[in-house]
Design a protein around this ligand. Structure first.
Ligand code: HEC
Length: 128
């Protein structure tokens, strides 16, 4: 009986936590979009009908590395043979040449984990 009461009492708290998590994500996505504009947008379009210097990053999370149709990848990235996860994108932002030696993406060196987190959350939001 006590456990049941406790469980029932927890329900509003859980909902509040979920709502808060949603709010945090919305804030992170917005901040991530601004940071993406500053660090990545000059080379990467997120607009499907616009060509850019780097491959399009819509839907990049869950996509095989070096596989965006029609983009002239370096041999290194085309043959990398892994799928982009949030963690892989963080590592890539931090040291892309370390992750895939021989890539033609210039070193961007985003090492701040908070900035990485915001950009990755933003990319995840345009990957669904
Ligand atoms: C100076 C231009 C430039 C900047 C700035 C840049 N990129 Fe890139 N990016 C590239 C190029 C060029 C490639 C293709 C690399 C290759 O083929 O080896 C690439 C590839 C990628 C890929 C692999 C995509 C795929 O389809 O496999 C990801 C992910 C990526 N960049 C993320 C980022 C993020 C996130 C940022 C910002 C933190 C960023 N890039 C900043 C030029 C850039």
């Amino acid at each position: 009986m006590k456990a049941r009461q406790f469980a029932l009492a927890m329900i509003p708290t859980l909902f509040a936590a979920a709502a808060l998590a949603g709010e945090y994500d919305a804030i992170k996505i917005e901040a991530g979009a601004s940071l993406f504009d500053k660090e990545c947008h000059r080379c990467h379009s997120v607009d499907a009908d616009r060509a850019s210097y780097g491959p399009l990053l819509n839907g990049v999370i869950g996509r095989k590395a070096g596989s965006f149709e029609g983009y002239p990848y370096s041999d290194a990235l085309a043959n990398a043979g892994f799928t982009w996860t949030k963690g892989a994108i963080r590592a890539w932002m931090e040291d892309n040449d370390g992750l895939v030696p021989g890539t033609k993406m210039r070193h961007v060196g985003v090492t701040d984990p908070t900035v990485q987190d915001f950009i990755v959350t933003y990319l995840a939001s345009i990957s669904q």
